[in-house]
Structures are given as C-alpha cells and as structure tokens.
Write a protein that binds this ligand. Structure first.
Ligand code: BGC
Length: 484
C-alpha cells in the first residue's frame, strides 16, 4: 500500500474513532457527577436509605440501558442509513444527550429550581446519550474494519479501543478540572452541568468531520452502488486489488441468503461469548468502582482518586502493546496471554483481601490486571467482532453480540455492588469474593479462546467467511461419519 493511501485510511479511521472517544467519555463522565446528582435529585426526596441508593444507582446506570438499546438497533440503523448515516445518528444522540443532561429543565421549568421534578427528563437524556454510545460502539469498529486493508485491519480497529480509553482518561481530567474551578456549592449547582455539557465539544467535532467521510465499500455494494464502492476501494487499495476485493464482496453478499443462522449457530454464539467474557472477567467492576475498591483497601479519598488515575493510565499504556502486536502475534495468543495475566492478578487480589494484607501489592495486582485486559480482551474483542461475521449477516450479528456485551456489562456493574455489600461474604472474604469469581472467569475465557475462537490475522473479511463454511462442512462430515 502506498503512503498516500495509508494517510487516507488513517484519516477515515480517526474520524470513526471519535465515536469510540465519545463512548469512553460518556460512560465515565458520570463518575464526576455522582454526588451532585444525589444532592440535586435524590436527597430532597427524603427516601429511606435503600430506596435512595437504588434510585441513585438506577439514575447512574440508566445510560447503560440506553447502550443496550442503541447496540440492539445499530444493525438495522447501519443497514438502513449506512455506516456513515448511523454514525451521524450517534453523534446527534451524543449532542442531545449531553445538552439535555446538563440542563434537563430545558423547556419544562426554571434551571436550578426544579430539583427532583427534573429527574425523569435527566434519565431520559442519559438514556438518549446511551443510545448514541450503543450505536457508536458497534458502528465505529464496523466502519474501520470495512475500509481497512486486511494486513493492518487489527491495528486500525484497535485504535478505536485506544480512543475509548483516551475518552475515559480525558473525562477524568475534565471532571477534576471543572470541579477545581469553584466552591463545593458551585459544584452542586453548576459544575456537574458543565461536565455533561463538555461532551458537546467532541460530539460537535465528530458531527462536523463525519460530513467529509464516505460510506464503506461493503455498504455501497449492499445498496447496489458498485461504482462508488469501486472508487472507494481503488483509493485505498489501488485499481487491481480493488477489482478483486469488489468481486469477493459481491460474491460474499450474493452467494447466501441474509438468514442470521445461514452460517450455523457457532459463529453467532462465539461472537456473543467473546463479548460476554470480556465483561465477566470484571473489567468494569474495576473501572467503575476503582475508588470504592481502593477505599475498601483502606486508602484515603484523595489517594483512592490518585490510584484510579494510575489504573486509567495503565489501561492506556497497555492498549499500545495490543496495537503494536495484534497483526503480528495474532488475536488468539493475545487473548490467552491476557486471560492468564488477569486470572493470576485476580487470584492474587482475592488472596490479599482474604489475608487482609492489601497495600502496595494490591495496587500492583490491579495494575497487572488492567494491563492484562488492555493488551488483549479490551481491543481484540472489538477487532474480532468487527471482522469475524460473514458480510451478509455482519451488521445483524455484530449488533446482537454488542448488545449482549452491554447486558453483561450492566449485570457485572450491578452485581459487583451486591457482592460488595453482602455482610456474609465480607465476613468470610473481606471484600475479596468478587475477585475470585473474575479470576475463575478469566481462566474459563482462556479455555474458550483456545477451543473455539478462530485466528483471523491477515485474512480478508471474505476469506474469514470461508472459514465458517469450512467449519460447517467439517461439522456436517463429523455428524455423517458418527451416523455411519
Ligand atoms: C469495553 C468496555 C470497557 C473498556 C475499558 C472496552 O473494550 O467494551 O466495557 O469499559 O474497554 O477500557
């Protein structure tokens, strides 16, 4: 590939990864606003403690519900309006969600005077923003995979994960900065609104840049716009290769019907399990509750905040390791290495809690765990989800797998709080029980990868499709010979 072409692909990838940046930004912005939300919406209701914390928990988690909805409709959106059109819808959702969460009273009452009466619109705007996250979480990697040449596809899709992680870190800093500008009263009145409003800046940038990107060749072919597909492929791959890729795409789209299970259930099941395992290893229990975890270890609030930043930085740093190695080492070795590192780190952490021996070693274990995730399951799952499904079922199948991921995320984030709040478990495991489970899940995830996940490194999307055909043929032959 010539230099100019690489430049074009990188530029298009950059625009698509802004969807990833907003994904990270929007899911983590809430961490800075939790106590202000309690102060403005929840406390004035004078509820009993359990009812108050459950309402607060729902208010915070409501965006994740939006993510489930967004990823579930993303397949339809990306087929109907195109990959580019879907990203535009997501950018608009980010914008509306951001402004609406900042001033949920808009059009309903005086800003700052409505209190709990503005809670329902606030939740609705969070859900809308979440729908944007859900749509972008599926379409950004899909877009990148569909424009990328196969030899650098893994690296380019990993950039999306890098953007997610940068978004998380960026909003930690933005929140910290905004909150440092005024008094505690100002934080309760204004700062939290600015935190949500700040998201409008990357959202507007995303929207503006999307005006300049084309749709993907695979979508053009799906819509019968072959000329545009060929132009796009030629710009990236040169004329000769473009024609052969176009022929492959056309074959992959027309050979089979669009039935979801046309390639058998395993391909869909493996996609769903990749997503679910990415969450069951406990990443968001650690990321969303890091300050709480460090407090459980006996840290002061300030030091818990600092250690959280260390976790965010490690997440960013080790994502680079994946980017550098995913197209050379391959997807499977990275996943297995990551699983084993996470299992060892989680068992160490569980043991440290058990022995009430937390301290520096616990921080080391958490950082090792994050490093293990960041160099493997974080980026690689998105790479695999974007490339493993055959073209004709890709958008539907990917949307299902991504929706499964958000549901698993919701489950883990909610159940961690339940496990951590159980008096019986804490008596026996000293707040360490959840980590034993995440360690066991990490071991299971390694076994799953070794046994069931195919290697896709360096193959074109169309030849990956052939893998599943072969898989089906092998299975059919095995069944036939068993019957003889
Ligand atoms: C996962 C998110 C997670 C993030 C952390 C992503 O790949 O999908 O759930 O919060 O990685 O880096």
């Amino acid at each position: 590939m010539s230099k100019g072409n690489t430049g074009l692909v990188v530029a298009l990838t950059f625009v698509a990864t802004l969807g990833g940046l907003l994904f990270g930004y929007d899911t983590a912005v809430i961490s800075g606003a939790v106590s202000a939300i309690d102060h403005y919406f929840i406390d004035p209701q004078h509820l009993a403690q359990t009812a108050a914390s459950s309402l607060s928990g729902w208010t915070i988690a409501s965006a994740l519900l939006g993510c489930v909805i967004g990823s579930a409709v993303a397949g339809w959106v990306s087929t109907r309006f195109g990959r580019k059109g879907g990203l535009i819808v997501a950018a608009l959702m980010f914008l509306v969600g951001s402004i609406g969460s900042a001033v949920p009273e808009l059009g309903l009452g005086v800003i700052g005077q409505m209190g709990p009466a503005a809670l329902t619109p606030f939740i609705c705007y969070r859900i809308l923003g979440g729908i944007g996250v859900g749509i972008a979480s599926m379409i950004s990697p899909l877009y990148i995979a569909e424009i990328a040449p196969s030899e650098i596809r893994g690296r380019l899709v990993s950039f999306n994960q890098l953007a997610i992680v940068i978004g998380i870190l960026l909003v930690y800093f933005v929140n910290w900065f905004i909150q440092s500008l005024g008094t505690p009263q100002w934080y309760f009145d204004t700062a939290w609104r600015l935190m949500f409003a700040s998201e409008a800046i990357p959202a507007l940038l995303f929207l503006a840049l999307l005006a300049f990107v084309p749709d993907t060749p695979r979508w053009f072919v799906m819509r019968g716009r072959t000329e545009e597909a060929l132009t796009q492929l030629t710009r990236v791959n040169g004329p000769e290769r473009a024609r052969s890729i176009l022929a492959d795409i056309e074959r992959s789209l027309h050979v089979r019907s669009e039935r979801l299970l046309a390639f058998g259930a395993p391909v869909l099941l493996i996609g769903i399990l990749l997503s679910v395992f990415q969450q069951l290893v406990g990443i968001n229990a650690v990321l969303y509750y890091a300050p709480l975890m460090f407090k459980n270890m006996g840290a002061s609030t300030n030091s818990a905040f600092l250690q959280t930043v260390v976790v965010g930085a490690a997440n960013l740093l080790f994502t680079f390791v994946a980017i550098a190695t995913v197209d050379r080492l391959g997807r499977k070795p990275l996943l297995v290495i990551g699983s084993l590192a996470m299992a060892a780190a989680m068992f160490l952490l569980g043991g440290l809690f058990d022995a009430s021996a937390v301290g520096l070693w616990a921080l080391v274990a958490v950082v090792a765990y994050i490093a293990g995730f960041a160099l493997s399951w974080g980026p690689v799952v998105w790479v695999l989800l974007s490339e493993m499904f055959p073209n004709s079922i890709k958008s539907k199948a990917m949307a299902i797998a991504v929706a499964a991921q958000w549901i698993a995320n919701l489950f883990v984030s909610w159940s961690f709080k339940v496990l951590d709040g159980s008096g019986w478990l804490n008596h026996h495991f000293h707040h360490g029980f959840a980590y034993w489970i995440y360690g066991a899940m990490s071991v299971l995830s390694a076994i799953f990868v070794v046994r069931y996940v195919p290697e896709t490194k360096g193959r074109t999307l169309e030849s990956i499709q052939e893998l599943w055909h072969a898989h089906r043929r092998d299975n059919a032959a095995a069944v036939a010979s068993a019957g003889e």
